[in-house]
Design a protein around this ligand. Structure first.
Ligand SMILES: Cc1cc2nc3c(=O)[nH]c(=O)nc-3n(C[C@H](O)[C@H](O)[C@H](O)COP(=O)(O)O)c2cc1C
Length: 174
């Protein structure tokens, strides 16, 4: 598969089968995440692999909407960065999330990015605070997102090349 085919195939997957992600697959996912480029090569990210059902449930309830899918995933990866060590923590974490999703697709797995930063539960509690407390992460860790990963229980269409927003591409001027 070419890289373009991989990019075309990757779509957000929100329902997963019960099949587990193997140790080998996890290792491959994390190998690629750890190869992500970071500002000033600070490599200040930390990844928490979650496969405990209660913890997955907790993650699925950490914000008012958009996280429920985590409850049905066999695996989730919390992507956090030490804000005291990285001037570019949002970018560093975003690239790692993207690498994880593309590696998942390359292995025939589905994934979905679940945003955590600045998201809140109905009662106003910050999703980041809930996660930091539940997983014992220090305050300096910025939690950008959780990437849910597993075998796909839904089919998604490929990206439609006929619908790409080519008017967003400018050459030499706006
Ligand atoms: C920064 C970012 C935040 C996202 N947050 C969520 C989320 O909280 N919950 C969710 O179900 N999907 C989330 N998504 C997935 C997007 O909804 C999805 O990528 C978009 O609709 C395009 O669909 P596709 O990924 O299938 O191409 C997020 C994606 C990005 C890039």
């Amino acid at each position: 598969m070419t890289f373009k085919d991989l990019a075309k195939k990757r779509r957000s997957i929100r329902t997963f089968t019960e099949q587990s992600v193997t140790e080998e697959q996890r290792k491959q996912l994390m190998t690629v995440a750890l190869m992500s480029p970071t500002g000033k090569n600070c490599r200040a990210w930390e990844f928490v692999i979650v496969d405990d059902r209660e913890k997955l449930q907790l993650l699925s309830e950490c914000k008012a909407s958009g996280a429920q899918l985590i409850a049905g995933a066999p695996l989730a990866v919390i992507v956090a960065v030490d804000k005291e060590k990285s001037e570019t923590w949002v970018e560093d974490a975003s690239i790692a999330c993207t690498m994880l999703m593309l590696q998942a697709e390359d292995m025939g797995l589905g994934s979905c990015w679940v945003e955590i930063m600045n998201r809140r539960r109905e009662d106003g509690t910050l999703a980041e605070d809930i996660i930091r407390e539940a997983f014992g992460m220090p305050e300096r860790m910025g939690v950008l997102a959780v990437v849910a990963i597993g075998y796909k229980a839904q089919e998604r269409n490929l990206q439609n090349e006929d619908r790409l927003l080519w008017d967003k591409v400018h050459i030499n001027k706006w």
